[in-house]
Design a protein around this ligand. Structure first.
Ligand SMILES: [Zn+2]
Length: 537
């Protein structure tokens, strides 16, 4: 076989995350095919590879490709096909309604207009009456950013056969104005039941996206994430259909991101029947493990706490029984597969650790490291137990930056010093990964880095849990090496060094040296995955 000619890559500054403690950073690196083959000075590499082309990024900074360890591509692929109603896109209610009105005008009769990522707390209240004024005939659905509810207009309610006299479905609610009239807000199962044909009760539901639509939506989303500097992600909840969508993109050469996948525990039987488990796949598309849930959310204030919220009688919810959790952990663990359990509150985390410790003692699987998704509220004992187990924490990176002072009012300042505890994880020797949990927080990894370093809300300037600040170098390591460890890929991802994948992000400024409050605003100039340019600014 003919030996491939390497390409030499240089920039004014390279952050390799591979240098010896006191050693210099490389001036350049050579890549051959998908991997980095050498690093050194430009002169050394030119002498070694005289026929190599030099890709010169001038005054840029090159960092290892950014890797989001917990994000939702499959769940949000459809959003790229619908209106973006996020607070960043539509700052207030009139703008939001104007955006919908324009789309209603351009949509043929009888077709739903859908929008996503609406944030009532930041943008303001939109209910049935507001939507009716701009869309008297066209059915409209406005999905909330957290995905647990949506608002429809009167045309939508008529389509769905929901009437003033309708009774609430199990596990859901048709919300109402204070005078008792339906306000269009469909909460939990009231929304889920009309979105998913398979579980819809009655024959009227909101038409879903086809597999082809979702493929297009995923491709658009991947392109956006590449433009933000991401080279790898772990999709934290996938179904067999999603694997098909990602595989089709790959076959079309449209998979510009390396995707790790956490398969929903609901589908684990199918994977187990096929003998498919953690590590199945390749460097592009790989099954990382299985995803299970134990408690509620941070933003919705439903996580399971040992001490109550401001309401002394409310400590959050456990969404899966302890018995079921233990059975799931035991099964996945015995099969030699990785499990990531969603646990936000300290009480939930303790239950997960009980289950992990139990199986580790009875069923040794050396080297198998499980994950705690979010792992939001910790204490010293939790840290010690995680360290002993080699368990991996995948906390929210962007929440301090995104929610700012609201977190203090939800959880109290004392508790905030133990939440999203990146500093504590590092100090305790617990592997900690970088994650946005988009759509629950902004997907931009540079926003995540800024939030980790500053712990300061970008809207209100309030610092939350200041003791958990990390340095810029630590933040970068969390979003590269930490995330690689969370998917078991640390031997070939997260460094610019020989033998590592040629995944890198080219930035207009060096995040390790500029004022950290400016990191989210750094220009992403290019993104490379396996030596291929997937984005150029
Ligand atoms: Zn998630």
């Amino acid at each position: 076989m003919e030996e491939r000619t390497p390409t030499i890559v240089r920039a004014n500054s390279i952050v390799s995350q591979a240098r010896s403690p006191a050693g210099p950073e490389p001036e350049a690196f050579a890549l051959t095919g998908e991997t980095i083959s050498a690093t050194g000075t430009l002169t050394e590499l030119r002498e070694r590879f005289p026929s190599a082309e030099v890709l010169d990024f001038g005054d840029s900074t090159i960092i290892p490709g950014l890797n989001d360890a917990h994000i939702h591509l499959a769940l949000t692929a459809g959003d790229a096909l619908h209106l973006d109603l996020s607070h960043e896109a539509v700052g207030d209610v009139p703008t939001l309604l104007g955006t919908i009105a324009t789309e209603v005008g351009a949509t043929s009769a009888g077709v739903w207009v859908k929008g996503s990522r609406y944030d009532d707390e930041k943008t303001g209240v939109v209910l049935r009456d507001e939507l009716d004024r701009i869309a008297p005939e066209t059915p409209v659905l406005v999905n909330h950013v957290a995905g647990h509810w949506g608002v429809v207009n009167s045309a939508g309610l008529r389509w769905l056969g929901i009437e003033e006299s309708s009774t609430d479905p199990d596990g859901g609610r048709y919300d109402r104005y204070s005078d008792g009239r339906l306000n269009g807000k469909l909460i939990e199962r009231a929304l889920m039941n009309v979105l998913m044909p398979a579980t819809a009760r009655g024959d009227r539901f909101i038409p879903g996206d086809t597999v082809e639509d979702l493929q297009l939506g995923a491709a658009r989303t991947i392109a956006k994430w590449n433009a933000a500097g991401l080279t790898s992600i772990c999709d934290a909840l996938i179904s067999p259909q999603d694997i098909g969508i990602f595989s089709a993109l790959r076959a079309d050469d449209a998979l510009g991101l390396r995707i790790g996948m956490l398969l929903s525990i609901d589908h684990y039987d199918k994977a187990a029947d096929l003998g498919v488990g953690s590590g199945f796949g390749d460097y592009r598309l790989k099954l990382v493990g299985v995803k299970a849930f134990l408690d509620g959310a941070i933003g919705g204030r439903t996580c399971l706490l040992s001490e109550p919220f401001t309401d002394p009688n409310y400590q959050g919810v456990q969404t899966t029984s302890t018995t079921e959790l233990r059975a799931n952990v035991e099964r996945v663990h015995s099969d030699g597969n990785r499990i990531g359990v969603h646990a936000n509150g300290d009480a939930a985390i303790r239950l997960v650790l009980d289950a992990f410790e139990d199986v580790a003692a009875r069923i040794p699987r050396p080297g198998l490291r499980h994950r705690i998704e979010h792992c939001s509220l910790i204490d010293d004992n939790i840290l010690k137990r995680m360290n002993r187990l080699g368990a991996i924490a995948v906390p929210f990176a962007g929440y301090p930056g995104y929610h700012g002072g609201a977190l203090n009012s939800w959880y109290g300042e004392e508790r905030m010093e133990r939440m999203f505890a990146h500093r504590s994880f590092l100090d305790a020797g617990v592997t900690v990964a970088g994650s946005s949990d988009y759509p629950c927080g902004p997907y931009q990894p540079l926003f995540g880095l800024q939030s980790l370093i500053t712990r300061t809300g970008v809207d209100d300037g309030v610092t939350v849990g200041a003791s958990q600040k990390v340095t810029a170098a630590e933040a970068l390591s969390i979003f590269t090496l930490g995330s690689a460890e969370a998917s078991g890929e640390e031997s070939y991802k997260g460094r610019l060094a020989p033998g590592y994948l040629a995944d890198f992000t080219v930035l207009g400024d060096n995040p390790l040296t500029i004022d950290p409050h400016g990191i989210a605003g750094i220009d992403v100039r290019a993104t490379y995955v396996g030596g291929d340019e997937v984005y150029a600014g």
